[in-house]
Design a binder for this molecule. Structure first.
Ligand code: SF4
Length: 254
């Protein structure tokens, strides 16, 4: 492939079996994010990029060339990749790789999507946060609703991830608003996944006010959220809800 120069920094690249099931995939992490979640598992990438080794898109393509016969998918994660959706070289990189891999975007969905950008992806996973994490609260949730409509029109693989923290009322407020959106429904084949936030000692924290929350606390909160979601949906989606513990250790460095 031709040498591609871009303003997008790629902080890391891993192989993964858990981020785009059932497709064995590579996952890349773009730098920069518009949010500042307190449990952020990728603070160095999301906020302070000064100490991040970054790969050029050309280097990433070389790695992908080496593993292309072993993988089916390429996950674009971050940070928040959609902050780069207008970057021409990044779009070129995605477009050329969409011809050999199924592409999936991991996103907080809080930036209005360009439909042409989302068209490049076979799938999108969006993560819902407590409403207090959104600078403009319901205005931001309306952007997420609009983005859900765009995803419905373009993508086959649709996942909504709920990351469970101890801010349960704020999380329920966001979930209720999104799950009650008329275009978020079973007919559009959304899969709901409940993730437990990574324990503080195993992640890099945005905010040192995060207080210790044990795995059993998170398990209880996860079950509570699952029941709440079942209530919102009159239990219609119960079979589609999975609870996973999504840790960086599940990924293998190349
Ligand atoms: S958890 Fe995701 S959306 Fe939140 S700050 Fe980190 S990278 Fe951004």
């Amino acid at each position: 492939m031709e040498d591609i120069r871009s303003m997008v920094n790629i902080a890391n690249i891993f192989s993964t079996l858990v981020d785009f099931p059932p497709y064995p995939s590579m996952i890349i992490f773009t730098c920069g994010c518009n949010l500042r979640c307190k449990y952020c598992y990728n603070w160095a990438i999301a906020k302070d990029m000064s100490e991040v080794h970054s790969y050029s898109l050309d280097e990433v393509n070389s790695i992908l060339d080496r593993v292309s016969s072993y993988i089916d998918g390429l996950v674009i994660s971050g940070g928040e990749p959609s902050i780069h959706q207008s970057d021409y070289e990044f779009r070129h990189f995605l477009c050329s790789n969409s011809k050999r891999f199924l592409l999936k975007l991991d996103s907080n969905a809080t930036i209005p999507y360009n439909p042409n950008f989302i068209d490049l992806f076979f799938g999108v996973s969006i993560t819902i946060k407590p409403i207090t994490y959104y600078p403009n609260r319901y205005n931001t949730l309306d952007i997420i609703r609009d983005n859900i409509d765009i995803i419905n029109r373009s993508c086959s693989y649709k996942e909504l991830r709920i990351t469970v923290t101890d801010e349960i009322d704020e999380l329920i407020a966001s979930c209720s608003y999104i799950l009650n959106h008329k275009h978020f429904n079973k007919d559009n084949n959304w899969k709901i996944t409940i993730n437990k936030a990574i324990k503080p000692e195993s992640g890099t924290l945005m905010n040192d006010k995060w207080h210790e929350c044990s795995y059993s606390d998170l398990e209880n909160l996860s079950n509570y959220i699952k029941n709440k979601i079942g209530d919102i949906y009159n239990n219609k989606l119960d079979d589609n809800i999975t609870i996973v513990n999504h840790n960086m250790e599940d990924m293998i460095a190349v």
